[in-house]
Write a protein that binds this ligand. Structure first.
Ligand SMILES: [Zn+2]
Length: 198
């Protein structure tokens, strides 16, 4: 993938930067919607991490979890200076390269403690919209996040959009608390091989 879009940036391993054309166009479309829907945010780009290699599986991920050209990791959208929660775009010295912390990490791995999620930094609304739109286009999407993050987004969705929307969101994604997978710092999403075109 070549970074020529204002709507997203690729920050993953270059060997694993492949995604099927149709899939990528829709991801780009959703990133554009978010760019336009939330104009006040400091970093308006979706930050994509590892996708998959053209064939085989991407190193550094368990088994075949990053294979098939329709899998991607993305950083979380934040309310901070950028969306660099794990994967780093650019190079050292660039503003986008510096991490934005969405957890209080002063005492080691924080991703199983609800009190450690920095709610003034984690952008539940953009992350929710992103997931919701992915589900609209990719019915087989399998999304995985961190359990604390899932609960937090669900609570906020319930407050703003009601119980049905919250239940729908909750059903739409898996979660874990495993520090090895780092879903505390990025979304994992297998978009599946089916697309519903608008
Ligand atoms: Zn992943």
């Amino acid at each position: 993938m070549i970074d020529i879009s204002p709507y997203w940036v690729y920050a993953g391993n270059l060997n694993c930067s492949y995604m099927m054309w149709d899939h990528m166009k829709i991801v780009e479309f959703i990133a554009m919607e978010i760019y336009n829907k939330f104009p006040d945010r400091q970093d308006r780009r979706l930050c994509i991490g590892d996708n998959t290699p053209m064939s085989g599986a991407c190193d550094g991920h368990p088994g075949s979890s990053h294979a098939g050209c329709y899998v991607m990791d993305t950083n979380y959208y934040t309310l901070g200076k950028n969306n660099t929660t794990q994967y780093r775009p650019g190079k050292k010295g660039d503003a986008c390269y510096e991490l934005t912390y969405i957890w209080d990490e002063s005492n080691g791995w924080p991703g199983n403690d609800p009190n450690k999620l920095l709610k003034d930094v984690f952008d539940w609304e953009r992350n929710y919209y992103f997931v919701k739109r992915l589900k609209d286009f990719f019915p087989k999407t399998n999304l995985i996040t961190n359990s604390v993050i899932r609960n937090y987004i669900m609570d906020e969705v319930k407050k703003k959009y009601g119980q049905n929307a919250a239940t729908e969101f909750f059903k739409s994604m898996g979660s874990d608390l495993n520090p090895v997978y780092k879903h505390s710092h990025h979304f994992h999403m297998s978009l599946g091989d089916e697309i519903i075109y608008p």
